[in-house]
Design a protein around this ligand. Structure first.
Ligand SMILES: [Fe+2]
Length: 303
């Protein structure tokens, strides 16, 4: 019963998709889903499943569905990987913390899972509403990888959360969703639009997709004290160099200079020069070069 209603919730909110001429599609107002920080609690190899919380997991049961679409907001991306992870009801993350409740089988991947979008680009999962931790609002973490290897790291927040105020909504446009409460269970829809270019339409009418690359995500934590995590994703295998410069353009160190495969990568910098000397507090630049593309981000070291 719950399951049927859940699936229906997902379906009725999804607009019927048709392969309209590209000129028509591009004239529509279409917003890409913003990226958000990866955070420190992502791990590789989340199991493939749509029920992330076991039946006894404490917390309010929540059902999320949605779609993944290309940057025309119309063409669904089938076979995209939607990777979701979140805190438990007490704001505790398995694999990184001792979480005492709701995991009788000691599943190391409790409250984590990957699903694959269907032919309509749709995904759905069931879990519990994540709790607060620190000053962070309730949230799901998402990492979406398209078949062409484009990756979007983002988060989903909720209007029903008292910690989500007007400023938060303004700074996280498109990432805050309403929830419907039905018999103390929550239902929400989070649709995702990735920056995947819609190319020519193939002979059978199916779209050919081309990825844009590379993406340098927000580093975490920033400002940092000891160590900063630098995440980026590549849509094709490329020669990648990642370097740190100070704000005046002086080279500090290299973190990578080699061929890297498509997908997500994370490096860390410990605030030291190539010689091993600590650098002083201040602003620094991460410069990522992948093939012909260069991306940079400013970071701050606070001691
Ligand atoms: Fe988090």
């Amino acid at each position: 019963m719950k399951r049927r209603r859940f699936i229906k919730t997902g379906l009725i909110t999804t607009t019927a998709v048709s392969l309209s001429p590209l000129s028509l599609l591009k004239s529509k107002n279409c917003n890409l889903t913003s990226s958000d920080i990866l955070g420190p609690y992502w791990t590789e190899n989340h199991p493939n499943r749509t029920i992330l919380a076991n039946p006894g997991e404490p917390g309010t049961r929540i059902y999320i569905s949605g779609s993944v679409k290309a940057n025309d907001c119309e063409i669904p991306l089938a076979n995209a990987i939607v990777d979701v992870w979140h805190a438990n009801d007490n704001g505790c993350y398995t694999m990184f913390m001792e979480c005492n409740s709701g995991n009788p089988t000691e599943d190391p991947y409790n409250l984590r899972g990957q699903m694959v979008t269907d032919e309509n680009g749709e995904y759905a999962f069931e879990t519990i509403w994540p709790g607060h931790y620190s000053v962070r609002p309730r949230h799901f973490h998402y990492k979406v990888t398209t078949p062409a290897g484009l990756e979007l790291v983002t988060q989903c927040y909720f209007y029903d959360d008292p910690q989500v105020d007007d400023a938060w909504i303004e700074n996280h446009e498109g990432l805050v969703i309403p929830l419907e409460n039905n018999n103390d269970e929550l239902f929400g829809v989070f649709d995702i639009v990735v920056d995947q270019e819609v190319g020519q339409v193939g002979l059978k009418g199916e779209p050919t997709l081309m990825a844009q690359e590379p993406t340098l995500h927000s580093a975490y934590p920033n400002p940092f004290n000891n160590n900063i995590l630098i995440s980026f994703s590549l849509s094709i295998t490329s020669h990648v160099s990642v370097s740190i410069y100070d704000i005046k353009g002086k080279w500090i160190t290299n973190l990578s200079d080699k061929q890297m495969s498509l997908g997500a990568h994370t490096l860390s910098w410990n605030g030291k020069e190539a010689t091993g000397q600590d650098v002083p507090s201040g602003a620094y630049l991460i410069v990522l070069k992948a093939g012909k593309h260069t991306r940079s981000k400013k970071i701050s070291l606070l001691k």
